[in-house]
Write a protein that binds this ligand. Structure first.
Ligand SMILES: [Zn+2]
Length: 292
């Protein structure tokens, strides 16, 4: 499995210079040990749309209006990676649906930090090894101010955007949600990155939606490989029809990233987890359960 991925990444290095990086060059294949990563899924809120126009769709293209906003933790023998941080934590203090200034409704039952504390999973916001977001949009970094541990793994494009205070060229970014993470130790990435060095957990650069958008590949021993897709797509319709949303920094790069990730999915046979797909999310096992 890992060898296939390494091959894919090596091909990617040649074919896609802009997204290349040293991490893809020499990951060591997992040695068949039974202690592979576990993947936890957390409910980090839900978004309700009045219309799908902003996603470059006609309202008749899909009847989906509710989007899930999960957080995930990959529990690897060498540490935990937090992948995405959902809706803003302050939302949990409000009852039911709250209308945002941009007109979207959103709701959050319980903060990620509270969920971790309540579940006693052996890790919490203060014991993480790494933190990575698919991108810096508000609905993917909402709990980041509660992160008190770990190294932030961020692609150069999103790093630059996060530090461009007062000059936000990227839509849907709320700088106040990025205050603490910018103080964390940070590893700025220039492409694909093998997080634990054994090929089981890989950040795959997939920019376009934002300048540093990425997806996460996790090779699970029993479940098989999965790709956590960030906002590569928001709807199954968008995936089937290669539709790029209107709030997006580079449509051409988005299409290239779709091709890159779909090639990875085809080569590895990975299960594709479209993160905002609420019906998929509802059917998935949630923490304290896990995939392994
Ligand atoms: Zn999103």
């Amino acid at each position: 499995m890992s060898r296939l991925l390494i091959l894919f990444l090596s091909i990617g290095l040649i074919a896609c210079e802009q997204q290349s990086d040293t991490a893809a060059e020499a990951p060591v294949a997992a040695s068949g040990d039974a202690t592979g990563p576990k993947l936890y899924v957390f409910d980090c809120g839900r978004i309700r749309l009045a219309s799908v126009e902003a996603f470059n769709l006609k309202d008749t293209d899909t009847d989906v209006r509710d989007l899930s906003a999960p957080c995930y933790v990959v529990d690897h023998p060498n540490g935990q990676l937090l992948w995405d941080a959902g809706l803003p934590s302050e939302l949990a203090a409000a009852e039911g649906w709250v209308v945002r200034p941009d007109g979207l409704s959103n709701t959050l039952d319980e903060t990620l930090a509270s969920q971790m504390d309540r579940m006693g999973l052996g890790f919490d916001m203060g014991s993480l090894e790494y933190v990575a977001f698919s991108h810096i949009h508000w609905d993917h970094v909402g709990a980041s101010n509660e992160v008190t541990s770990g190294t932030w793994l961020v692609q150069q494009g999103d790093y630059d955007a996060a530090h461009a205070d007062g000059n936000m060229s990227v839509p849907a970014v709320q700088p106040e949600l990025l205050v603490s993470i910018k103080e964390r130790p940070t590893q700025v990435l220039a492409g694909d990155h093998d997080v634990f060095g054994d090929g089981t957990v890989q950040l795959i650069a997939a920019d376009g939606h934002t300048p540093g958008h990425q997806v996460l590949f996790v090779d699970l021993a029993e479940t098989g490989p999965v790709v956590l897709s960030g906002d590569l797509y928001h709807f199954q319709f968008s995936r089937a029809n290669r539709v790029v949303p209107l709030f997006n920094v580079d449509a051409e790069r988005s299409l290239q990233s779709m091709d890159k990730v779909e090639a990875l999915v085809a080569m590895t046979g990975a299960d594709f987890w479209l993160q905002h797909d609420a019906s998929l999310f509802d059917a998935q096992q949630k923490a304290p359960g896990f995939y392994e």
